[in-house]
Design a protein around this ligand. Structure first.
Ligand SMILES: *Cc1c(COP(=O)(O)O)cnc(C)c1O
Length: 464
């Protein structure tokens, strides 16, 4: 069990900081009690490990409700939210148009297990927006989408081996739970007990942004290589952009070897650009996976490819994949409302502008206080590493100062700003984040950085 945030820290903070955020949270007692109760009946008190604050210490904040750019916890504190349910809420929380669509859908029944008009409408929107998506299959989670995409690549090529990149997350399917070390491509080792070595034996792992390692893997295994799966913009080891030529190189190598290039755009889809990273970089994958934003905050994801590849999938082809709740009417309603609004002129660009202001402002604040940071932004995603040198792969990402991240995280939380409880996550922005939110957030960063440089150990909580 980790130590709670002490009252002393909150008071010190309240007395010491000049800030413009609505108010300083004074207590999270209700969250602490809720976490105790949750731990008795839910493993670790959470239903997804990233929520457990293990990366930063302390007790998870229990959320009561959310609206616009804010979440409200069960103690009555509110936070400008840059987690946004880990990406989906690109319009902000409880967007009125999404809520209305969901309410209308729910009143007509929650699931039928039969086709609906909404599934076609959502698929048409995606086909218009996302390069490489000609025909889709809707599923319920990103994990399902990537797992199915790999099955499809293997079924379509008749090959077994896949290549992934260290630090890229593709959900928790067995054969993707491998990241291995740096250096040349190596056979993956399972990251998790319960994943048989045999399951992972056909998974190769290369460092992100290392085309030479990919070339070496193809030289050794080209004829057996079913797929290369990549986050075209890596956003699950912190935000790491592809270096010039990396994605082009993957496209070329896959073409040369008859290998399927899978862009896992579960996170980057509709966020890096309305058409995702494929649209931004002008590189079309063979198979694309989508999740998060596509469901507007409800469980929905998809995999897609050109028609002839998708015809491998049942009922047209031999590859089986199905789902009781796939294409769920409430989730599709939320997805349609979200994508429609996202395409409204100026809306996406507005989020991008505020992302730039935020990330450049954080970098400037860090410079003022002599704190070494590496920042990045692309589309509606921002990233900050507390590292002295450039971050281009998992090894360099892991060299960042996670203790400093934890201190900044808790300092911000006390000032009403919520970033992800881990150094290795991106910052997400939404259409609901206003210029005032950005200004308040930058003021909070400035105050936290000032504290760091004057009293680095005076933050009132203990690392686990
Ligand atoms: C979140 C994520 C997944 C997994 O999606 P779930 O809906 O959590 O199963 C897969 N790939 C990427 C790139 C993701 O960010």
């Amino acid at each position: 069990m980790t130590a709670p945030i002490s009252t002393r820290a909150a008071l010190t903070d309240a007395n010491g900081a000049a800030h413009h955020v609505s108010h300083v949270p004074h207590s999270r007692t209700a969250s602490q009690e809720a976490f105790e109760a949750a731990q008795r009946v839910l493993v670790g008190g959470v239903n997804s490990p990233a929520r457990a604050f293990r990366g930063v210490g302390g007790t998870p904040v229990f959320i009561d409700r959310a609206s616009g750019s804010r979440t409200y916890d069960i103690d009555g504190n509110d936070y400008i939210d840059y987690v946004l349910s880990w990406g989906p809420m690109i319009l902000g929380h409880a967007d009125p148009e999404v809520i209305e669509a969901v309410q209308a859908a729910v009143a007509r029944g929650t699931s039928y297990g039969a086709p609906t008009l909404a599934e076609t409408e959502l698929a048409e929107l995606v086909v218009e927006m996302v390069p490489g998506a000609e025909v889709l299959r809707l599923v319920s989670s990103g994990t399902e989408a990537t797992m199915s995409a790999l099955r499809l690549a293997r079924a379509a090529t008749g090959r077994d081996k896949i290549l992934k990149f260290a630090g890229c997350y593709h959900g928790h399917a067995d054969m993707l739970l491998a990241q291995a070390g740096s250096g040349v491509a190596t056979f993956g080792l399972p990251d998790s007990p319960g994943v048989p070595a045999g399951t992972i034996a056909d998974t190769l792992v290369a460092p992100y942004n290392d085309l030479a390692a990919v070339e070496a893997a193809f030289a050794a295994h080209g004829p057996d290589m079913a797929a290369v799966i990549v986050e075209p913009v890596a956003a699950n080891m912190g935000l790491v952009l592809p270096v010039d030529g990396f994605l082009e190189g993957l496209r070329r190598l896959c073409d040369e070897h008859g290998t399927m290039l899978i862009f896992d755009e579960v996170l980057t889809g509709f966020r890096v650009a309305p058409g995702g990273a494929a649209a931004h970089y002008g590189i079309t994958p063979d198979i694309v996976t989508l999740g998060k934003v596509i469901g507007g905050g409800l469980p929905l994801a998809a995999y897609a490819a050109r028609r002839e590849v998708m015809e491998t999938v049942s009922p047209l082809g031999p590859m089986y994949q199905g789902g009781t709740l796939s294409g769920n009417p409430i989730a599709t309603a939320a997805g349609i409302a979200t994508l429609r609004k996202l395409r409204r002129p100026g809306l996406f660009d507005g989020i991008v502008e505020r992302t730039v202001t935020l990330v450049e402002g954080i970098a400037a604040a860090a410079a003022r206080h002599d704190i070494p940071v590496q920042t990045a932004h692309l589309g509606t995603l921002g990233g900050i590493f507390f590292a002295g040198g450039p971050v281009h792969d998992f090894a360099t990402a892991k060299a960042s100062d996670t203790d400093r991240y934890a201190r900044v995280f808790h300092g911000l939380l006390l000032r009403g700003v919520a970033i992800a409880p881990s150094q290795f996550e991106a910052m997400f922005l939404s259409a609901a984040h206003s210029d005032a939110d950005i200004a308040d957030t930058l003021a909070a960063f400035d105050a936290v950085f000032a504290d760091l440089s004057t009293a680095p150990d005076h933050h009132g909580y203990d690392r686990p």
